[in-house]
Design a protein around this ligand. Sequence first.
Ligand code: NZQ
Ligand code: ZN
Length: 411
Amino acid sequence: MNKARLPRKSRFCYDVATKGIEGDSDMNNFIFANKTKVYFGKGGVKEYLGSLLQNYGDTVMLAYGRESAKCNGVYDEVAGILRAQGKTVVDFSGIMPNPTYAKVQEGAKLAREKHVDLILAVGGGSVSDCCKVIAAQAKLSQDIWDMEVVKHTYPTEFIPLGTIMTVFGTGSEMNNGAVITHEPKKQKAGIWAAQADFAFLDPMYTMSVPHDQLISGAFDTLSHAMETYFGKPDENNLSDEMNEAIMRSVIRNIRVLLKTPNDYDARSELAWASAMAENGVLKIGKVTDFQAHMIEHQLGAYTDCNHGKGLAVIQPVLYRHIYASGAARFARFSENVWGIAPKATDEETARAGVEALADFVKEIGLPTSFAQLGIPAGTDLRAVADSVVTTAGCCKKLTADEIYEILLECR
Ligand code: NZQ
Ligand code: ZN
């Protein structure tokens, strides 16, 4: 073999430290990991939960909501597997939608007293979120609300957590965020807590979910995707292209469920889209927006309204207020998500996409006003607006007065 001598420095060598880069440099750096092992599909709990439990100690907190898990047989199935594995079961029931700080404290006290080795959350985003924070609070000597919301410090030790999702939309199953309502403080805030070691996503469990909750959850997924898509940067990137595919899939599959409510494939697609929209993949390289969520959360703190339905009212109105400040990005949304042909200007194309979203909310039977959502007319919307913590990630950062205007328009 002819061993040609290489020059001391190859002409292909690119000195990254001293040379500049061509083109835009808007792709943000990122670190990505997701620790949750997902068991997706029919019958997964029966097949895998028993052997998984062998990795944990003897005492398991079985946490669930108010009625559904006992009515639809999921509770019995899970409790039977726990018994068959010889586990001591600590029952923790009654976790409400929009879980409260008081419920977290009740669960943490019980987990501490009973020396719980694993928390098994059976339910939707509310049960999952409540358990994430119980897992953290039980290991802390200080109050987690004060620690995070006031002092901005975060827990590092948790009781291990596993989730069995029975309704989809929040994406809570594959991240460490939880949303908790502190009733006396009238605040609904994000708390960083435990992330599940494992999550069972069985679309069959959703067969008993009331239709309006199913659609509300699916809209929540669409909302997460949009709030991520409208975050910075605006330039082309892989995360946004994947996001467009997810948004189209959610829209298409909601429409399938309107015609054939029990369609297993559509439920499966929506279940996986729910996890994908909030497991970090779409956020890679992006600073996300989440202004609609911040507004909805405070509306929830004051009214205990349904999360997905609240977003359905707020998001189109919010976008009517801001699309002109991000016309090119909203125009791309119109074309690539709603299939709208480009109009004379980006602004016109953008507006058509916002109206397509508003029409979609009507088409799928979600509320389009606070009155339809059941928000009492006397709700102090000024206080709601003033208590919203806004984020920086979109084409326009709203002031409290603008949020108030948006809330008034939602009535
Ligand atoms: O309480 P039960 O009787 O179980 O009934 C529940 C509840 O009434 C019912 N349900 C659940 N599974 C069922 C079922 N009914 C029949 N059959 C089943 N298989 O559904 C109702 C709603 O449940 P919930 O868990 O409250 O709904 P969702 O999953 O939408 O969770 C909403 C909460 O999650 C937060 C929201 O703010 C809200 O507090 N979010 C959490 C996020 C996160 N951790 O990443 C992100 C989201 O943006 C969101 O903010
Ligand atoms: Zn949400």
